[in-house]
Design a protein around this ligand. Structure first.
Ligand code: IPE
Ligand code: MG
Length: 227
C-alpha cells in the first residue's frame, strides 16, 4: 500500500493525513475480495524498514492500526473473515500487540473454521528477515538432532516461514508506480504475477482493483514450463 505520502503532498496535507486517507481503500479491498471470493489477501502495512521513519509518523500508524482493528473486528466476524499477522510484532508497543492478538483470536473463533477470506496483515515484516528467522529455527532443530539437513527441501523450508499455513500469492499489486519488491514476500513471490499502477494508495478504488484482477485473469502462467 504505497503512495500515502505523495498523495498527502499533492493535497498539501501532512504525511499522517495521507495515512489516514489510506484507510478507506483498505476497507474497500477487504470487502471486494470477500465479495468476489478471493481466499487470501495480504496487505503490506508496515515493513521492517518503516521503523526508521520519524517517531511521530510511526506512532500515528500504530494509532490507525489500533482504530482499524477496534472498529473492524465485528465486521470481520460478521463476514467470516479471519485475520492473520506475518512479521515480528514483539517490537510493537504492548497496547498494539494486545489489540492485534484480540482481533486474531476473535476472528478465528468467529469464523469457526468456515472463513471465506483470510486477511493477512504484514506488520514489521521483511522478506529477508522472514528467511533468516526460518534458518535460525531450522539450524536449532538440526543442533538438537530433531531433523537432518537432507530433509530440507522447498516444501519443508516454506513450513518455517511466517506464511507457513498460507499458499504463495498469485498476484502482487503495486501502487504509486514503483517497480520493485521492496523486501516483501521474497521467497513466496517467486511465481507471482506483478501488476503496477500509478494510482496512489489513497486513490485506489474498486474499479482499479478489478482492473488488476482482470489483468491477472488474462495472464498465461507457465511456471517455467512450456505449456
Ligand atoms: C505507504 O505510503 C504507507 C506505509 C508505509 C505505511 P508511504 O508513506 O510509503 O508513501 P510515499 O511512498 O511516501 O508516497
Ligand atoms: Mg513509500
Amino acid at each position: 500500500m504505497d503512495g500515502n505520502g505523495r498523495w498527502a503532498r499533492s493535497h498539501r496535507l501532512s504525511r499522517i493525513a495521507g495515512h489516514r486517507a489510506g484507510v478507506k481503500p483498505i476497507r474497500m479491498v477487504v470487502k471486494t475480495a470477500r465479495e468476489i471470493g478471493v481466499e487470501f489477501l495480504t496487505l503490506f502495512a508496515f515493513s521492517t524498514e518503516n521503523k526508521k521513519r520519524p517517531k511521530r509518523e510511526v506512532e500515528a500508524l500504530f494509532t490507525l492500526l489500533k482504530h482499524f482493528l477496534r472498529h473492524e473486528t465485528k465486521n470481520l466476524i460478521k463476514n467470516k473473515i479471519r485475520l492473520k499477522v506475518i512479521g515480528d510484532i514483539e517490537w510493537f508497543p504492548e497496547s498494539v500487540q494486545k489489540e492485534i492478538k484480540k482481533t486474531v483470536d476473535a476472528t478465528e473463533r468467529g469464523s469457526a473454521g468456515a472463513h471465506g477470506l483470510t486477511l493477512i496483515l504484514a506488520l514489521n515484516y521483511g522478506g529477508r528477515q522472514d528467511i533468516i528467522q526460518a534458518c535460525q529455527r531450522i539450524t536449532k532443530e538440526i543442533q538438537r538432532r530433531e531433523i537432518t539437513p537432507s530433509e530440507i527441501d522447498e516444501k519443508f523450508f516454506s513450513g518455517y516461514l511466517y506464511t507457513r499455513d498460507l499458499p504463495d500469492p498469485d498476484l502482487l499489486i503495486r501502487t504509486s508506480n514503483e517497480y520493485r519488491i521492496s523486501n516483501f514476500l521474497l521467497w513466496q513471490l517467486s511465481y507471482a504475477e506483478i501488476w503496477v499502477t500509478p494510482v496512489l494508495w489513497p486513490d485506489f478504488t474498486k474499479s482499479v482493483f478489478l482492473e488488476a484482477l482482470i489483468s491477472y485473469q488474462n495472464r498465461k502462467r507457465r511456471f517455467g514450463m512450456v505449456k
